[in-house]
Design a protein around this ligand. Structure first.
Ligand SMILES: C[C@](O)(CO)[C@H](O)COP(=O)(O)OP(=O)(O)OC[C@H]1O[C@@H](n2ccc(N)nc2=O)[C@H](O)[C@@H]1O
Ligand SMILES: Nc1ncnc2c1ncn2[C@@H]1O[C@H](COP(=O)(O)OP(=O)(O)OP(=O)(O)O)[C@@H](O)[C@H]1O
Length: 304
């Protein structure tokens, strides 16, 4: 018996960052959009907790108890007083350490898959609580669609969207550490009174209208200067996407993946080709959103 869950990546269409809090986190107005690049997490009974991973970048994914999928299984098992005796297999397609919440997706996926495998019957609220303990982005990976995250990004309000938005993602060589990028944000803002983060009405209206031109004009990422400071070469990737005709270009979350909003699927294909030809990225991926969050694909009996 096994259960497979599919979980999408995210792009932050607005990432407003406040000053550092006493607990080391930053208050955010974080507008998430789930996009159609997916990891698949399969869980099956085993003697002991074990994680395997295949796909691009799999060698950079930790297979020990620090893996967010392993931690999710352990947390759910502990809550229900049962052993976390599962084999978690991750089929990875979301760029690793790319600012697209790949690890968070695996955490949310493993949680939903173990819940189904073990029949724990946990409520949505309980699952969301465990997600928030796992990481700031993990609740959104469970919920998907479009949402405004406040607090450290874990308190979610679902947002209406009036259409599908098309994107190209330029994947960089190597990752960027999320804490390092927030640390650079603090360094760049030393001595500055950072205002409290607020969601932009113009951006929420553009999402609700499904209007790519209005969304392009409203995209912002307060972590972008920090990501560019740590990885100056990303400026060339952003320029290449803009020159290729993208409506807007920005760093995805903490980077180093860069995101390009385009008008339609056709422009996405041509922009991806131009980005590849520019040799300013390792690869370019096309995806659209919003898409649903973590979804059980089905249960099977096949060994894997
Ligand atoms: C950059 C984003 O991906 C945008 O969605 C998220 O804010 C990061 O979320 P995440 O990877 O789930 O981050 P967490 O695992 O919760 O935290 C990792 C580290 O990032 C920093 N961090 C994260 C979230 C936040 N609101 N403020 C922070 O300062 C902290 O140094 C923290 O120790
Ligand atoms: N299942 C997992 N998949 C990938 N990385 C994981 C996983 N579990 C833990 N990690 C660790 O988390 C780090 C960040 O990887 P991840 O792919 O989640 O980055 P990210 O997409 O930049 O995250 P975010 O956008 O949420 O900040 C990795 O370097 C790795 O050490």
């Amino acid at each position: 018996m096994s259960v497979t869950v599919r979980v999408p990546a995210k792009v932050n269409v607005q990432l407003a960052v406040g000053g550092a809090r006493p607990d080391g986190f930053h208050d955010l107005a974080n507008v998430f959009l789930a996009v159609g690049l997916y990891d698949e997490v399969t869980v099956s009974p085993a003697d002991t907790l074990r994680v395997t991973c295949e796909g691009p970048g799999a060698s950079q994914v930790p297979l020990d108890r620090t893996n967010l999928a392993a931690r999710a299984a352990e947390k759910l098992a502990a809550r229900y007083g049962r052993p976390a005796d599962v084999h978690v297999h991750i089929a990875k397609d979301i760029p690793v350490a790319g600012g697209m919440a790949g690890g968070s997706a695996d955490g949310a996926g493993a949680l939903l898959a173990c819940d189904a495998l073990w029949g724990t019957g946990a409520s949505r609220e309980e699952l969301l609580d465990i997600c928030a303990e796992l990481g700031s982005d993990v609740p959104f990976s469970l919920v998907g669609g479009a949402a405004l995250g406040t607090g450290r990004g874990e308190k979610l309000r679902t947002l209406e969207t009036g259409g599908t938005f098309h994107w190209v993602f330029a994947v960089a060589d190597g990752g960027l550490s999320t804490p390092a990028v927030y640390g650079e944000f603090d360094r760049l803002n030393e001595g500055v009174e950072v205002p409290a983060p607020v969601a932009s009405t113009r951006l929420l209206d553009a999402l609700a209208a499904g209007d790519p031109d209005a969304l392009a004009a409203a995209l912002t990422n307060d972590l972008q200067p920090a990501a560019l400071s740590l990885r100056p070469s990303l400026a060339r990737t952003l320029d290449a996407g803009t020159a290729a005709g993208a409506l807007a270009a920005l760093v995805s979350g903490s980077g180093p993946t860069t995101a390009f909003l385009v008008r339609d699927a056709e422009s996405a294909a041509t922009t991806a080709e131009a980005l590849l030809a520019s040799r300013t990225c390792r690869t370019a991926r096309v995806a659209a959103g919003p898409v649903p969050g973590a979804t059980v694909l089905g249960s099977g009996t096949a060994p894997h």
